[in-house]
Design a protein around this ligand. Structure first.
Ligand code: MLT
Length: 407
């Protein structure tokens, strides 16, 4: 008899961003509306940086000739890209990461979702609100218990509230794995070096693995905020870091990202210690054939002088959108957080309105799409998230519509 993985049956509805896309589609079709502005999913709008485009064109030309053709690449990723990352993202900040500790992938979403494959059962903690991939992938693996309508009873939630400055507090119960995402999706907040050091110290003392999603590190403007968890001493013993080219260089449609699994990161397994990067390599060799050669050549070019200049200017553009929208939201009396070191604004709903209701109001009366905070976890209730990835004209128009709403 065919049996399914019935953990899937416990998942509520559809994946958050798919559910929002379906609602927006239905709204457009039913009311024949064609001016909906999406500030929901963080899909970038600025084109790929020209340095990456040129590199990808050259890569296609190579693949077009039998002399320079490339077939399957190394599962861990091409060395040229791993070297560029080790130098450009880490050595440049005084952090030693070897190219052998880097695993290229098709994005941080896949990596943060797939990493559960190499972990056994244990108590998992997530910040709340949280990027839904961490929660759903643990639920699919049977590690989240049951869904109670707002949360999973097998997970430990670390509430990030206005009252605690949206900073997660250390778990009060024993956990084995903690997901941290900074700059944070969805709240757009960051951790200071001391706060992050507190987490690393806690993980070292309590034998906890930190899964550190740094997909938005390129948006950090505050020089006191760490870009990598490995800027903290001892972190290589306890943390895996995930990064992405999606939002940094317009790779949402191209797909490329990477995970760093340090050599020192080893866990007890019976009477021996097992290095997690060996397990991950084993997993990737079996289930993954690598990001495409074209994507990897494009990603390599992001580290060139022009690539850096071009991506910097795109990021500044997105951050200026965030500042513009924040100003407009504040003008109409809404409280907005984040947006200075991240492409996300975390906005309090007017009068404590439930976040899905506010989503409906914005869609119906302003034709604007946001992401309801409750979709990110129980502590997201009373907030919505706006992204900063649109064109400036989009934000000017969004601000005009918000002002007309008269909240
Ligand atoms: C988001 O909007 O949270 C992200 O774009 C989703 C993702 O990166 O998968």
């Amino acid at each position: 008899m065919i049996r399914i993985n019935d953990n899937y049956l416990k998942l509520p509805g559809s994946y958050l961003f798919a559910a929002i896309a379906a609602k927006a589609r239905a709204f457009r079709q039913t009311l024949a509306v064609d001016d909906v502005i999406s500030l929901g999913i963080g899909d970038v709008t600025q084109p790929l940086c020209p340095a990456a485009v040129e590199a990808m064109h050259r890569a296609v030309d190579e693949l077009a000739s039998s002399e320079t053709f490339h077939g399957y690449g190394p599962e861990q990723g091409y060395e040229f890209l791993r070297k560029a990352i080790a130098a450009g993202d880490y050595a440049s900040r005084g952090v030693k990461v070897s190219p052998d500790e880097i695993f290229i992938s098709d994005g941080a979403k896949s990596d943060t979702g797939n990493i559960v494959d190499i972990l056994g059962c244990g108590r998992v903690a997530v910040t709340d609100p949280v990027y839904p991939v961490y929660v759903d992938s643990n639920a699919m693996a049977g590690r989240a218990g049951d869904y109670t309508g707002t949360k999973w009873d097998g997970l430990t939630y670390l509430p990030c509230l206005e009252e605690n400055g949206f900073v997660p507090q250390l778990p009060s119960e024993k956990v084995d794995v903690v997901y941290l995402c900074f700059p944070n999706n969805p709240m757009g907040t960051v951790l200071t070096k001391d706060e992050l050091a507190g987490w690393v110290g806690y993980a070292l003392e309590n034998d906890v693995l930190i899964l550190y999603d740094a997909a938005y590190e390129a948006f950090i403007t505050n020089p006191a905020v760490p870009h990598s968890i490995y800027e903290i001493d001892g972190a290589k013993k306890v943390a895996i870091e995930f990064r992405s080219f999606s939002k940094t260089a317009g790779f949402t449609g191209v797909r490329c990202g990477f995970a760093v699994i340090p050599d020192e990161l080893a866990v007890e397994a019976g009477d021996r210690k097992v290095r997690l990067n060996e397990l991950w390599k084993r997993r990737q060799c079996t289930k993954f054939n690598g990001a495409s050669y074209i994507s990897q050549r494009g990603a390599e070019a992001v580290y060139s002088e022009e690539g850096r200049r071009q991506t910097r200017s795109t990021i500044e553009y997105y951050l200026s959108n965030a500042a513009y929208l924040k100003g407009a939201l504040e003008e109409i009396g809404l409280k907005a957080f984040g947006g200075t070191d991240a492409p996300y604004l975390w906005v309090k709903t007017p009068g404590g309105m439930p976040s899905w209701d506010f989503f409906e109001v914005l869609l119906r009366y302003a034709h604007l799409i946001c992401t309801p905070g409750a979709g990110f976890g129980p502590s997201g209730e009373g907030f919505v998230r706006f992204t900063a990835f649109g064109s400036r004209e989009t934000y000017v128009e969004a601000a005009r519509r918000l002002k007309k709403l008269n909240m």
